[in-house]
Design a protein around this ligand. Structure first.
Ligand code: NAD
Ligand code: ZN
Length: 355
């Protein structure tokens, strides 16, 4: 069976294009009492971007905090808050921020039209009703969350996304000016998320021409950003993220993402940095990629946290291993159908211990 892949229908790209957001949302404001909600990373509170958000009188800017990556409880609380803002549902939900704020916007737009807690919908194609129209304005590039069909959420029982065609954004606004102020470490970690998406996709057993076409271009752009220090690095990273997301959407990520999910579940390690920590011990599986990653790290002068698992108890290690090995398709993509004979619990544990 071939997957019938849902694409983002509208994309605007270019320096300063954020100024067109008002005009874009205008087409949604058909009812007299129509209103929009801007789900915005609170890092922008009091910053220049705040004044550029095209909020009309009835609209709301919903500040979200992403110190912790999105949790189901937080999504449920935000959804309730939005429902209480006005008697009608909003005509548009606009996510402004990195992967976390974009995922929160996706999740809230879905939960406004689907009853009950978001924990009920963690999985594949469990969403019943179309979401409220939702748009993304990335301010940090690398995750590919702007193009993916998932909103990654940590719940009481699992870290699993709301995966559905309804999750895909209706509109993406790619303005490279918005990512220029990202702190250097964060820029590198999230950028490497994109680089690792490319390596895992291009070296995976699920590879096909669709994923290869996007993955190769994205990898080329990552190299221009992190090796050549290209003057148009922001434009390039923004497109690399988009293309990297397109590549994995039709293939899969691999060992690095599987292990980093283990880290993140037990230690709360954030996605980008967790991927960097995991990738650095995977030379046996992604030899050239890991070598190039280390060169990029050296060139940008960023380091990654070391010995993060050194104080973990045996129980914590067992949980980490179980979470990582529970992601069958990621391992199959990396190691093939017989992956279980290669990636044993002992082997996964030894890799995690090195992190
Ligand atoms: P993030 O959104 O968690 O943000 C990281 C930090 O950067 C935060 O402190 C944020 O406030 C700050 N930040 C964002 N934009 C900034 C700017 N322009 N200037 C200064 N600071 C800024 O980081 P991320 O790496 O983009 O996203 C990680 C999240 O994305 C995780 O929650 C992960 O689960 C999720 N994710 C989702 C997908 C998907 O397909 N939906 C894919 C990969 C990762
Ligand atoms: Zn990733």
């Amino acid at each position: 069976m071939f997957r019938n892949f849902k694409l983002v229908p509208n994309v605007i790209f270019g320096r300063g294009c954020f100024a067109q957001l008002d005009e874009i949302i205008a087409s949604r404001r058909t009812a007299k009492d129509a209103w929009a909600v801007f789900v915005t990373d609170d890092v922008f509170k009091g910053k220049a971007l705040e004044n550029k958000i095209p909020a009309h009188d009835n609209d709301h800017i919903l500040w979200v905090n992403v110190d912790d990556e999105p949790k189901t409880g937080y999504v449920d609380a935000l959804t309730l808050q939005v429902k209480g803002m006005r008697p009608t549902l909003p005509c548009a939900v606009i996510g402004i921020g990195g992967g976390s704020a974009m995922d929160l916007a996706k999740a809230v737009s879905l939960m406004l039209t689907n009853e009950g807690s978001s924990t009920l919908y963690q999985g594949w194609d469990l969403i019943k009703n179309p979401a409220i129209y939702h748009a993304a304005v990335p301010t940090l590039s690398g995750t590919g969350a702007e193009v993916s069909r998932t909103a990654v959420l940590t719940g009481p029982e699992k870290k699993l996304g709301l995966n559905s065609d309804y999750t895909v954004f209706d509109q993406v606004v790619l303005d490279p000016e918005l990512i220029s102020g990202v702190p250097r470490d964060q820029h590198f970690y999230t950028g490497m998320d994109c680089y690792i998406h490319c390596i895992e996709s291009l070296e995976g057993t699920y590879l096909n021409e669709f994923s290869k076409a996007y993955g190769e271009k994205s990898l080329d752009l990552c190299r221009q950003v992190f090796l050549d220090n290209h003057p148009d690095a922001d434009d390039k990273l923004m497109m690399a993220s988009f293309f990297g997301g397109m590549s994995i959407a039709y293939s899969q990520v691999g060992a690095c993402h599987a292990l980093s999910y283990g880290l993140s579940y037990v230690l709360g390690t954030h996605h980008g940095v967790g991927c960097c920590i995991a990738f650095d011990v995977l030379e046996e599986y992604y030899g050239d990629g890991v070598k190039e990653f280390r060169t990029m790290m050296e060139k940008t002068g960023v380091d990654i946290p070391r010995n993060v698992t050194k104080d973990c108890t045996d129980d914590q290690m067992e949980t980490m291993i179980s979470v990582a090995l529970g992601l069958d398709p990621l391992w199959e993509n990396c190691l093939g159908k017989d992956w279980k004979t290669i990636m044993t619990r002992d082997k996964a544990g030894a890799l995690l211990r090195r992190m």
